[in-house]
Ligand binder design. Structure first.
Ligand SMILES: Nc1ncnc2c1ncn2[C@@H]1O[C@H](COP(=O)(O)OP(=O)(O)OP(=O)(O)O)[C@@H](O)[C@H]1O
Ligand SMILES: [Mg+2]
Length: 263
């Protein structure tokens, strides 16, 4: 039997001021899965994410986290459930005048009554989980971009969320540092059993870590393909989908003919 999904979108429409960016999104993220939401720049990835974490109300449809429905539960209950998502935002800036430990302590202070000393111990533990054991007293401008991303992951994990949501974690990183971040994500899933929702347009990362993905597309205002990334690249019937996963520019006549590039 398939395990119950930890996150489920049903006919979800997302957008701003009543204007949909994407419509009828239906997908499920299963426990311990690394699930990628892929799409070109401006396709609506961050918009989906804002709706998932509750800062942008959906225009239609429903969302479930751990079996709790957004539309059928009270705002309080939903606010509680959506805390099971730990988020690294795309612009995920750390506060410059706080040390890394203090940055990671922010959500702990905001959402728990733990004494300062315990919050600090927890923050240091999170930093060590992302390979920053010795950097707790450093300030963000004293460390590399890759280390800042790791610290952002530590902050997203501060309250032990069962689902980690990462918006473009590899943006701005060189390929080697990005690959190290991929290793970190795989390690967190392996060691802590967390589920990861990865929002990205980085194909190398997707192939390296994602079990399954959806490809969203403004042209269809929704999901264009869903499945295992390598299979979408090699076997998907839509040539534009295969082209996306091969980093080839889509060819308009190729789409009409239905033949892949070069055929
Ligand atoms: N606050 C907003 N109000 C109105 N429209 C917005 C807002 N934020 C984003 N949009 C629009 O929604 C669309 C999708 O934007 P979104 O940021 O979700 O894309 P994205 O896939 O995350 O892109 P990127 O890969 O560049 O991060 C864009 O056309 C964008 O201009
Ligand atoms: Mg984005």
């Amino acid at each position: 039997m398939k395990p119950a999904p930890v996150l489920k979108a049903t006919n979800l429409s997302v957008g701003y001021d009543g204007q949909p960016v994407l419509r009828n999104l239906s997908f499920e993220v299963r426990p311990r899965e690394i699930f990628a939401i892929l799409g070109g720049s401006g396709s609506g990835k961050t918009t989906i994410l804002k709706t998932l974490i509750g800062i942008l109300p959906p225009l239609a449809g429903d969302l479930e986290i751990a079996g709790v429905s957004m539309t059928r539960s009270s705002p309080d209950r939903w606010a509680h459930v959506s805390r099971s998502l730990g988020v690294l935002f795309q612009t995920g800036a750390l506060l410059a005048d706080l040390t890394l430990a203090e940055n990671v302590m922010l959500p702990i202070r905001a959402q728990t009554e733990l004494p300062e000393s315990t919050a600090r111990i927890l923050a240091c533990l999170k930093l060590s989980q992302v390979g920053l054991a010795d950097a707790e007293s450093r300030f963000p401008n004293e460390i590399s971009g890759g280390m800042r991303k790791r610290a952002g992951v530590a902050r997203a994990m501060a309250l032990d969320p069962p689902i980690l949501v990462l918006d473009e974690p590899s943006s701005g990183l060189d390929p080697v540092t990005a690959a190290e971040l991929d290793e970190l994500v795989l390690g967190l899933r392996r060691d802590l059993g967390i589920t990861v929702l990865l929002v990205t347009h980085d194909l190398a990362s997707t192939f390296a870590v994602a079990d399954r993905c959806i490809l969203i597309d403004r042209e269809v205002a929704g999901i264009r393909a869903e499945g295992v990334p390598a299979r979408l690249r090699d076997e998907h019937p839509d040539p534009a989908v295969r082209a996306f996963f091969r980093r080839e520019p889509p060819r308009p006549d190729g789409l009409k003919k239905g033949g892949p590039r070069g055929e």
